[in-house]
Design a protein around this ligand. Structure first.
Ligand code: ADP
Ligand code: MG
Length: 602
């Protein structure tokens, strides 16, 4: 028997029934003209605006990018759908023409999104805003110059195919699909980009793939909204989709609240209704609305719902019980055994920052199952070494081989997929995500379903999310005593637990090699002791190989079989802890005569 995850069981049915009743109601109302035509029109605007706000929220709210040209995608969808319904088929050809036209509009907008997504791989913030703004202007100019669709005069001839039931159905489909997208593996990837793109990549999130998916899904629905809009107005012109339209959509998103489905719905309803109510003020209403937004930004910058969500919109996977899950630990061990021997080989690794040589001719051989320490004064190149291994920097010279294969020029997420995970010197968690979701992001490459499975909630999705993912996360959180905090936002954890969560998140990527950058920094002696025990346990239980940078000498000496010492980017000693302790050069450069780290420039 299938067991659903907790509170959603009954309410899901309720939602289903409510949707059905709602749809039938819209059919009856529009068939028999039970409501005022004007009210019906506003209701349709509300539906279309909900779709627009939701789709923009995906990029701006959930992914944390700043797209300001959403009307451009809407235009592509509107023209695409209209060309199909007017020029290719006539609307009398059959009832299927309208859904086909709307979907075609969506697909065309999605194709346009691919073009915009590519600059987003490298550009963020203001720059991406400029790219999307330009896109909006280009679309408008291109349309003005195509005579076949009326040029600047506009395009007409569409029949009024957009009805209340159609609008209702498309709105429900959009809410459902976008919610499903957000609460899935790829959706967690989207959130990780908003929270910390660098950390996301280190956890194996293919940020390019995620951005492409988010832009495509977002624009598809903008295109759908465009198609509906065109067949409601029965007239569109390039000016319908100018920057002002884009701004309207932005206002709805930020009014309702970023990163919230309930927020986008609320924002769209309030905005659409207010615009109508304020009609009595004539052109002044266009001043009042932005003013309202300014006030909102001052008093409630995240919007009405900012990051909060109705429980009804929250997760979803159906849980399957009584089925054995391949135990993560056993799998990890097996993998480790298969790969016994030399795990990491670094040859002549050198890195310059301008004229500064941060790391010079670094060599290393690391065998499976070892714990190795890297020590050295501040600024000696330790973090640079980790950044080179994990793909954040391209070395000036030298190579890194992992399991015998060259990984030197791979991207961070690819290197993570090869089996190298890391933590950061300054903790980089996904602060607004729960402890559970932080760990789930680490499982980005362990799921076997795709975005379509997620959006349609197929069996493959339910099996994977409800079984492998949830079991694995539960096991990891229990093992490291974080289960109590499972639904706490990461930012609310005490310092020591943040460090621990970062390690657990790295473990969730199923690494063979774990790089820990100053894991005990800022910890008191008892926390340091606990951490040491934790690292030992990780090594033993998961049979991992670990490289650790640390300043706590007792930590390093008690933990590592081998230590390599850096000073000004140069290796000055390498060997067992006892050899290092008594090495003259090391004492001079780092330890001082007392044998305790003096952390030269701190
Ligand atoms: P450690 O981790 O051992 O304290 P780092 O690897 O962070 O040292 O830094 C090594 C040297 O490289 C330092 O002199 C530092 O100032 C310099 N450095 C580190 N990162 C950068 C950067 N992104 N740009 C320029 N210089 C850098
Ligand atoms: Mg450092």
């Amino acid at each position: 028997m299938r067991i659903h995850t907790d509170y959603l069981t009954s309410r899901r049915w309720l939602l289903f029934v409510l949707t059905g009743v709602g749809f039938i109601a819209t059919v009856i109302v529009s068939r028999f003209g039970l409501i005022d035509q004007y009210v019906e029109l506003v209701a349709m605007y509300v539906g279309i605006n909900i779709i627009l706000a939701l789709s923009l929220n995906l990029v701006n709210g959930y992914m944390g990018e700043f797209s300001v040209g959403h009307a451009g995608f809407m235009a592509v969808g509107a023209y695409g759908a209209s060309i199909l319904s007017v020029k290719v088929f006539s609307s009398s050809a059959g009832v299927w023409v309208f859904p086909l036209a709307v979907i075609t509009g969506g697909v065309m907008a999605a194709l346009a999104a691919v073009v915009v997504a590519i600059p987003s791989f490298k550009t963020r913030g203001d720059y991406l805003a400029i790219v999307t703004l330009s896109f909006n202007m280009i679309v408008k100019s291109v349309l003005e110059n195509i005579d076949a669709v009326g040029g600047p005069r506009g395009f007409l001839g569409m029949e009024k195919l957009t009805t209340l039931p159609w609008t209702f159905a498309w709105t429900v489909v959009s809410v459902w699909a976008i919610r499903n997208f957000v609460y899935s593996n790829i959706g967690r990837g989207v959130l990780s980009i908003r929270e910390d793109e660098t950390a996301g990549a280190a956890m194996g999130v293919d940020t390019r793939k995620v951005k492409l998916h988010a832009f495509v899904v977002s624009s598809f629905f903008a295109g759908v909204a465009g198609g509906l809009y065109a067949h409601l107005l029965q007239f569109i012109s390039p000016r319908t989709f100018d920057i002002i339209k884009s701004t309207e959509i932005l206002i709805m998103v930020y009014l309702g609240g970023v990163g919230s489905i309930a927020g986008s719905i609320t924002g769209a309803v309030i905005y659409t209704v207010l615009i109508e109510v304020l009609r009595v003020l004539g052109q002044w209403r266009m001043v009042i609305m932005p003013l309202l937004l300014v006030l909102l930004m001052i008093f409630r910058p995240k919007g009405i719902f900012g990051f909060m969500e109705f429980r009804w919109f929250e997760p979803v996977a159906r849980k399957k019980k009584d089925e054995a899950v391949v135990p993560y630990r056993a799998a990890a061990r097996e993998q480790a055994r298969e790969q016994a021997g030399e795990l990491l080989a670094i040859n002549g690794l050198t890195h310059y920052f301008g004229g500064l040589c941060a790391l010079s001719d670094f060599n290393l051989r690391l065998n499976s199952g070892q714990i190795m320490g890297i020590i050295g004064p501040n600024g000696s190149g330790k973090t640079t070494l980790f950044n080179l291994i994990s793909g954040y920097y391209r070395p000036t010279q030298g190579s890194v081989l992992f399991n015998g294969a060259e990984i030197t020029r791979m991207r961070p997420n690819e290197i993570n997929s090869c089996g190298i995970a890391r933590t950061f010197q300054n903790i980089r968690l996904f602060n607004n995500l729960t402890v559970t979701d932080n760990v789930k992001v680490g499982m980005f490459n362990s799921v076997n379903y795709n975005a379509a499975d997620a959006m349609l909630r197929t069996r493959r999705f339910n099996d994977c999310e409800g079984k492998e993912v949830s079991e694995c996360v539960r096991m990891l959180l229990e093992l490291f005593a974080l289960d109590k905090y499972a639904s706490e936002a990461a930012k609310n954890l005490p310092y020591g637990l943040k460090r621990r969560l970062e390690i657990v998140r790295a473990l969730a990527t199923r690494p063979q090699l774990l790089l820990l950058d100053e894991p005990a920094a800022g910890m008191n002696p008892s926390e340091t002791g606990a951490l040491m025990e934790l690292v030992h346990r990780i090594r033993d239980e998961f049979e991992l190989t670990i490289m650790v940078i640390e300043h706590h000498m007792s930590f390093i000496m008690g933990l590592c079989q081998r230590i390599q010492v850096l000073d000004f980017g140069v290796t000055i000693a390498a060997g067992a802890p006892d050899e290092i302790k008594s090495d003259k050069k090391v004492i001079e450069a780092y330890l001082g005569s007392s044998g305790v780290s003096t952390r030269r420039d701190k």
